[in-house]
Design a binder for this molecule. Structure first.
Ligand code: AMP
Length: 213
């Protein structure tokens, strides 16, 4: 199964992608995670991406398209993959579709996670992530058993640098302008499914599963 998760920052794409990855045993491909790792490792890609990420802007299309083209050709993607945070512009969506067509493949389903802007701000400001295993927590809705410590691997939880109110507002603006038009793009293709991203991660996951199965 080849699946795209759409939705604004804070819609829960990362959490749902992790749950889908476990259920369907296919890789989660998060351009945000790949870019954050590159920043952490101080690679050429990281240096190129950092200022865009810190200011809530999109990293240039050709950079992320190159990343995805290489990633989906890897052997672990043969049975499918979950795209989390890609595509984010119409150009990215067009290039993805061209690449898949060249490989005689296609996207099976696009799940759009719908959530209100107020809810997004609350979710993102209260969120922390384990830098070691990627598990996400929230101070109200999904608190770790021990404050600041990952339940899964014991890593020290950290807040993302771009999860501050000013950058969140910029990210939401960029989402409206560049990414929201993808809903129309995929609606025309006939494989867009809309899911209300309200309630617990498990409740949202059961709605997502109904749509993809
Ligand atoms: P995310 O973890 O998906 O919220 O992404 C964090 C940041 O990485 C975004 O605010 C962008 O700066 C950058 N980024 C992630 N995915 C993309 C993409 N598909 N296109 C451009 N920039 C991206």
């Amino acid at each position: 199964m080849r699946l795209i998760l759409l939705g604004p920052p804070g819609a829960g794409k990362g959490t749902q992608a992790q749950m889908l990855k476990e259920k369907f045993r296919i890789p989660q491909i998060s351009t945000g995670d790949i870019l954050r790792q590159a920043v952490k490792d101080d690679t050429e890609l990281g240096v190129q991406a950092k200022s865009f990420m810190d200011s809530g802007q999109l990293v240039p299309d050709d950079v992320v398209i190159g990343l995805i083209k290489a990633r989906i050709k890897q052997v672990d993607c043969e049975a499918g993959f979950i795209l989390d945070g890609f595509p984010r512009t119409i150009v990215q969506a067009e290039k993805l579709s061209e690449t898949l067509t060249d490989m005689s493949l296609a996207i099976d389903v696009v799940v759009d996670l719908e959530v209100d802007a107020d809810e997004v701000i609350n979710r993102l400001t209260g969120r922390s992530t384990c830098p070691d295993c990627g598990t996400m927590f929230h101070e109200e809705s999904r608190p770790p058993k021990v404050q600041g410590v990952c339940d899964g691997c014991g890593g020290s939880l950290a807040q993302r640098q771009d999860d501050n109110e000013e950058t969140i507002l910029k990210r939401l603006e960029v989402y409206q302008e560049s990414t929201a038009p993808l809903k129309e793009f995929y609606k025309k293709g006939g494989n867009l499914k809309t899911v209300t991203a309200r309630g617990s991660a498990e409740e949202i996951f059961s709605r997502v599963c109904e749509m993809v199965q």
